[in-house]
Design a binder for this molecule. Structure first.
Ligand code: DNO
Length: 354
């Protein structure tokens, strides 16, 4: 198991690598390039510069989150072949610089969805929340709510230029139902997994967040059966999962611990995003502190499911609250993630020494 923290690069992240290095137990950072348009090949010189910075700070960079997937691939347009060829090339380039795992998602239009970017908890800490009433608005209003409250930071998967045309983007997905989206995911995986096998990289799909349809969009990474289908459609260890406990738990019908245990045992969880959420009512929730008693997940059971089934991938704490006066990129402050990281490492040590 290698503990990591996500880092958005020198321009996009106000947290210096030195600070991350000082979080006990963190060995690596999870990075990405943010100045290459989605769909284009990541140039080697930029990858080299990124990875070198991590190494100079005494940290590894073996996980990339994310190489995002162009909408044309998800929609299944003829232009997808060009974007897939670029993706294959990006995989080769990343492998040259020691990258082992690529996290990605297959969510149409936008990445994760939260309706409250500044949800204040009773202790005064600030977090993100999802309330169903928050999406009973126009698409433009929902997008604006997220973009206006990102504290000036760019959010991957929420590119304002792309979402300025959100209605047109939705129209492009017309006729893409779950089956079509699934076919398009299979087409993509059949093309990229052989390249991954050749160069020693593993793909790790992130679950849909939330793991059910919103705005009528198709969703294919929601639950145990979806993950099983993905693992089987291209049956290779290189075709794996980023198991995000928060996303999976947002649907109370999902048994997070079972899912963690099964897919760890099947050697398909290459990257774990471990966070806690507090379900408020129905499927509304806020992102809580990592500690079990603060949320709806039992984090001991989460770590135990990984440990007992031989997890040896990369792991990171996930969205933290803003505490101690910190502000910044929603979900990605330093303090609460560092606290969460050491809690997870504490659980891990206890599991080892049981
Ligand atoms: C949320 C993240 C996701 C994740 C992407 C992967 O903060 O876990 O945005 O990076 O879905 O492509």
């Amino acid at each position: 198991m290698q503990m990591t923290m996500r880092w958005f690069g020198p321009e996009q992240d106000k947290i210096p690598l030195e600070y991350i290095r000082q979080v006990p137990g963190v060995e690596g950072v999870v990075g990405a390039l943010y100045d290459v348009p989605v769909g284009e090949t990541w140039p080697k010189d930029k990858i080299r510069a990124l990875v070198d910075q991590a190494h100079q700070a005494g940290l590894t960079m073996e996980v990339i989150e994310s190489v995002n997937i162009h909408d044309d691939i998800k929609i299944g347009l003829p232009s997808r072949d060009r974007y897939i060829a670029n993706y294959q090339q990006t995989i080769r380039h990343l492998a040259e610089f020691g990258v082992k795992v690529i996290c990605y998602n297959f969510m149409p239009v936008f990445d994760w969805m939260k309706t409250e970017m500044n949800y204040v908890l009773p202790d005064g800490s600030v977090t993100m929340a999802f309330e169903k009433k928050g999406i009973d608005k126009s698409l433009e209003e929902v997008v604006k709510e997220v973009l206006d409250n990102a504290n000036g930071f760019a959010l991957p998967g929420w590119e304002p230029e792309r979402l300025a045309q959100v209605q047109q983007l939705f129209a492009k997905y017309d006729g893409v139902d779950d089956d079509r989206l699934r076919e398009n995911l299979a087409y993509f995986l059949q093309a990229v997994i052989p390249v991954c096998e050749e160069v020693g990289v593993k793909m790790a799909i992130h679950p849909d967040d939330p793991p059910y349809s919103i705005f009528g969009l198709p969703r294919v990474v929601k639950n145990r059966d979806d993950l099983d289908w993905i693992c089987q459609v291209v049956d290779s260890e290189a075709n794996g999962i980023t198991l995000c406990t928060g996303s999976i738990a947002e649907d109370p019908a999902n048994d997070v611990y079972q899912i963690l245990a099964e897919f760890t045992r099947r050697k398909r969880i290459h990257f774990a995003h471990v966070r806690n959420i507090k379900l408020i009512q129905d499927k509304d929730f806020y992102e809580s502190a990592h500690l079990s008693r603060c949320g709806s997940l039992d984090m001991y059971q989460v770590m135990k499911a990984l440990y007992d089934n031989g997890f040896d991938g990369y792991i990171r704490s996930d969205h933290g609250r803003f505490i101690w006066g910190e502000t910044g990129r929603p979900g990605y402050g330093l303090y609460d993630r560092a606290v969460g990281t050491n809690y997870l490492l504490g659980l891990w040590e206890a599991l080892q020494k049981r």
